[in-house]
Design a protein around this ligand. Structure first.
Ligand SMILES: NC(=O)c1ccc[n+]([C@@H]2O[C@H](COP(=O)([O-])OP(=O)(O)OC[C@H]3O[C@@H](n4cnc5c(N)ncnc54)[C@H](O)[C@@H]3O)[C@@H](O)[C@H]2O)c1
Length: 360
């Protein structure tokens, strides 16, 4: 696909992004703005302070609706009134640690929130493409070395992972029973892994924990030094979702399908390797290892992304080092010259977009 075609497709498209104030949602919103889309963001709150949403000054260029996605009546009213061409559903309680502290709210947000979107789709008359974001954690984790395929069993254990697996069952059920014969709805599910990048300050996530400590010259405490994760830059996942929405519209057989979006590195990187790479880009990287029994985390989590490569022409573009460099650059600018962050975020998007267009 060339740049013109991509810009032309998204220009003035009416797009709902739920969770637009969050880490991924804010980068998705900025990227869709770059393509000229007309966006309505729906979120309960800005989940962290600071945040990419605030630092990149997104508020001024999108319509924002402060709304809890569990409120079905309001959600339906707002979405029906806007008449979107595309919906990206990201709003979620997104943290495993919080899901242990507050399991019921996690389940309600992630399952009922998704059910509400599905229920609304039943009545929509306009042609609408919908991409629902779940997680690599939706898979039953058996520490599979080759990486999970889309056909593997979905059975998360902790409340966050389980709520995402359940959301997937609800999506499949609604698709098979109500949506697959509706010619105007094209629905897809996106499962990405741990994303990193500038502007995440969520609790108990590795990079946010690190930059919070290092920016105050403190030592960060690492819980699971040898855990590996499918680290990928947030823009890789976000542009994967954008491409997926386009392909759902143009390639009929993708309707109702799920895709993994993860790194294609043969090598798995663990937490220590990530910190060592960070050290090349950040002066005062200091950490201590202190295992925590607060909640169990899997050691190995890996995705097989062959399906996305074959059917969407999508693959991760950035090397591990480039990913870390972009992330470090963003936070360093934030802590040294906050007023430049919007400009930097837009530049990172434009640079990534150039590479993306060359590679798809
Ligand atoms: N960040 C990751 O590494 C990662 C990995 C895999 C999957 N995901 C998924 O991607 C999506 C976005 O993740 P993120 O890291 O940007 O999350 P985040 O915590 O940064 O943002 C969550 C967003 O959801 C909104 N939200 C939460 N509860 C809501 C409610 N009840 N009603 C309306 N809005 C609500 C928040 O206001 C915020 O905009 C989530 O679905 C998450 O599960 C994230």
């Amino acid at each position: 696909m060339n740049k013109k075609k991509l810009n032309k497709y998204f220009k003035k498209k009416k797009i709902v992004v739920t969770g637009h104030t969050g880490f991924k949602g804010s980068w998705l919103t900025l990227s869709l703005k770059n393509l000229g889309a007309n966006i309505l963001g729906i979120s309960k709150n800005v989940p962290t302070n600071p945040s990419n949403f605030q630092a990149s000054k997104i508020k001024n260029e999108v319509k924002s609706k402060k709304l809890d996605i569990r409120n079905f009546k309001m959600l339906r009213k707002v979405i029906k009134k806007f008449e979107p061409d595309i919906i990206f559903h990201l709003a979620a309680q997104s943290l495993v640690s919080i899901s242990h502290e507050n399991p019921k709210e996690t389940w309600e947000t992630n399952l009922i929130g998704t059910l509400n979107i599905l229920e609304i789709l039943k009545d929509i008359k306009k042609n609408t493409v919908v991409v629902i974001i779940t997680s690599d954690k939706a898979y039953k984790n058996i520490e599979k070395k080759e990486g999970y395929k889309e056909t593997d069993i979905l059975a998360g254990i902790d409340p966050y992972s389980a709520s995402k697996s359940s959301a997937e069952i609800a999506i499949k059920s609604y698709f098979d029973c109500f949506l697959k014969d509706k010619k105007n709805i094209k629905l897809g599910v996106a499962r990405a892994g741990n994303v990193i990048g500038g502007g995440d300050w969520s609790k108990d996530r590795l990079i946010p924990d690190c930059v919070r400590s290092w920016s105050r010259n403190k030592i960060v405490r690492i819980r699971n030094p040898y855990s590996t994760r499918p680290w990928q830059h947030v823009l890789e996942a976000v542009w994967g979702y954008i491409l997926f929405s386009y392909k759902l519209k143009t390639v009929g057989k993708l309707n109702g399908q799920a895709f993994n979006f993860g790194p294609n590195d043969k090598k798995n990187y663990n937490v220590i390797e990530l910190l060592n790479t960070m050290q090349k880009n950040w002066k005062n990287v200091r950490y201590s290892i202190k295992k925590s029994k607060r909640f169990k985390e899997s050691n190995l989590l890996k995705l097989n992304c062959d399906k996305a490569k074959k059917y969407l022409g999508w693959k991760n573009i950035l090397k591990f080092n480039e990913n870390i460099k972009l992330t470090a650059e963003w936070y360093q600018s934030f802590y040294s010259e906050k007023s430049r962050i919007r400009e930097l975020s837009l530049r990172q998007i434009e640079d990534y977009k150039k590479k993306f267009i060359k590679n798809i």
